[in-house]
Design a protein around this ligand. Sequence first.
Ligand SMILES: Nc1nc2c(c(=O)[nH]1)N[C@H]1C(S)=C(S)[C@@H](COP(=O)(O)OP(=O)(O)OC[C@H]3O[C@@H](n4cnc5c(N)ncnc54)[C@H](O)[C@@H]3O)O[C@H]1N2
Ligand code: MOO
Length: 392
Amino acid sequence: MVSIHDALNAVKNNINPLFKETIKPLERCGGYYLSKDIVSPINMPPFRQSAMDGYALFLHSDLAYTLIGEVKAGDSHELVLKPGEAVRIFTGAPVPETANAVMMQEKVVVNDSKITIENDIPVAHNIRPLGEQVKTGELALKKGTKLTPAAIGYLTSLGITEVAVYKKPSIALITTGNELVEPGKPLVYGKIYESNSKMLLNALYNLKFYDVTIHKIEDDYIKTKNKLETVINTNDMVIVTGGISVGDYDFVGKALKELQVEEVFYKVKQKPGKPLFFGKKEDTAIFALPGNPAAALSCFYVYVFIALQKMVNKDIVELPRVKAKSVSKFEKRGDRPQFLKAIYNDDEVEILEGQNSSMLQTFALSNALVFAPEDVSEIKHNDMLEVILLPN
Ligand SMILES: Nc1nc2c(c(=O)[nH]1)N[C@H]1C(S)=C(S)[C@@H](COP(=O)(O)OP(=O)(O)OC[C@H]3O[C@@H](n4cnc5c(N)ncnc54)[C@H](O)[C@@H]3O)O[C@H]1N2
Ligand code: MOO
């Protein structure tokens, strides 16, 4: 049995960034990281743009100008101004080459073709220069940049439609157990509805990992071994739930050994999630999470989360931890450090009733896990606690 500290380090040290590339339509790249520098194919803006609705001017020493025409957004005609001349212009329209400033209309008095501006303005006033954001051939975004909505908007504004990004891991989710029934089917005595796959699928989707397949196996050694062999050979990560403890029908550990999966650790001194397994086969990471649903999800957030972040080359790989004041009492039994389902709000944290590792009801209300270290046996009101914030 390893400590939480050693288990966390083992996950961090045994997972490498995937660095597999794929070309994807830009609009589908939210949350991905660029695998190549992007050079701008155009100047942005592609022409000198008016930043205001108003008048483009060829500045001279007087406040009065003569109006000679109009340019609106989308117009392509070129008007030629002489000093003291102006054109009506609108936001986003191309500023004629010969105009050198734009005055907003609120500061202009119009009298037929004569206009008077309120005050002097400097050259370039209210004109967005050609290539102000980026020029043709310049670096638009560098390799490794995360494609946020803003980044996708920016690259789209440069006319880019597809980009090279780091592939996200392909993940196989496997549930085990004869007792599991697909929701929607009748529940016979002794059976339960299978919930871990949908729960973890959504945890993965929530973190923007979409390349996920779900597989179900009965408590049968040969079937377990064959299925694990296939998914390990074809995925970057395999997440199994159940069948990893010591029962006669827990075949996952034996099958992984037979398949020569390298055990990095098995069993962690923690509650929930004692029988957690983490191993590797070539570049595939294998987690076997306890079948108890709340234990599986807790292990997912504390350990699998880190592996996922490392695979996509993120700098910060753990969920955020904060300190918060306890508003509840809790008695911790045994010497295992514990992750407790809790509600964090405004620097305070409430530890919920119903901490059993089979209970999702309380997890469904939680937005955090309180970490109760080994040497703590009692948590009191106002104790300062370490709180892991769950992704929302
Ligand atoms: N003699 C011992 N027994 C157990 C130990 C131990 O140390 N010695 N550890 C206990 C702990 S702690 C845990 S956690 C569980 C883990 O067992 P497994 O990982 O082998 O999980 P299963 O036995 O297959 O299932 C446990 C529990 O979870 C339910 N389950 C499983 N899969 C799903 C699913 N996909 N959806 C919903 N619910 C699921 C399953 O029906 C069981 O109730 O072992 C203890 N035993
Ligand atoms: O370690 Mo188990 O996950 O407590 O129930």
